[in-house]
Design a binder for this molecule. Sequence first.
Ligand code: UT7
Length: 335
Amino acid sequence: MADKLIPLRIAGIGYSVPDTVVTNDDLTKLYETSDEWIYSRTGIKERRLVSGEETAIDLGERAAKNAIKKAGMTPDDIDLIIAASTAPIEVYSMGCQIHKRLGISKPVPAFDVAAACTGLIYGLSIAKGMIASGMYKNILIVATDNNSKLLDWTDRGTSILFGDGAGALVVTQAEDGEDDIIAIDIKSDGNYDHLISLPFDGKNCPLVEQAEVKPSLIKMNGRGVYAFVAKILPKYVEDLLKNSGLTSEDIDYMIPHQANIRIIQAVQERLGLPEDKVVTNIKYYGNTSAASIPIALAEGVEKGNVKLNSTALLCGFGAGMTWGGAIIRLRDGIC
Ligand code: UT7
């Protein structure tokens, strides 16, 4: 253990999305809906979905390799893997699957964080503690989801919202004493668990009384989620800034969870941020759960919409209910 807390540097970021595009118009083949209905309520025009044998593990592998390369490292430099997955294709550790895919030549700890769409912020928070204590040096956080495999494609109120994708961050010890995480906070309230659920009920032993088995599909009360988040998130983000001794003027970019453009706008209005400071790509990817923040960040940098040597506010929420925020420094060379 270190005598003093070690600061963290964000060394590399990366993302990956499937090639297959499914538009709002395509969804009209599944149920009665329209591009106008979906776009006006969510800001989504299309989403990327895995197809055939492709899964969140493939997406996570690609995002992780991109982030490791940007960090100027090789997979063998990673000494801890944290995987955040909302819709894992393998419940017994997506992190271990990523370890295998990266071909890391030694055993390293790998585990999953189940915090739904807030998973990236939860992962970053855990990584901060691990770096600060000196326990690990180079940590890979991979947020990857294939929601489309766990959606009920007859439920038009839920399935319109989600897409698949992955984002990854490599964090390491900062040698110059500057911590790239200016503030970070995570929260949950299990009393709102009924708003979004994904049961993995399994079946009782045939020798005992049988319980009801619910299908393993994402179930969401969209209106309830909207009301809950619109009530808590704008004030929460405002308080995060205040408690860090900052104002919205100190923030160059807000990179929110891409869940619904109207929720993003509610936070933007509360903070009084101009539109060009808010990074959104929901129109093209829908809600990619835990992956949505790192995809927006990495793609924003790649496309030049997010300039480096800047400060970004990340905020998100998800099933549980969970929520969280982080204020981070984006240094040159991370993407
Ligand atoms: O990270 C995950 C977080 N989740 C969220 O952020 C979800 C937040 N919530 C939302 O984004 C919105 O609630 C939705 C976009 C999911 C739904 O919008 P809404 O305005 O809340 O619709 P609703 O579920 O209250 O349904 C209103 C009406 C209903 O018809 P009636 O009962 O009023 O006749 C629905 O049957 O719209 C109907 N409807 C649709 N119509 C056309 C529901 N889905 C559709 C659809 N196309 N896809």
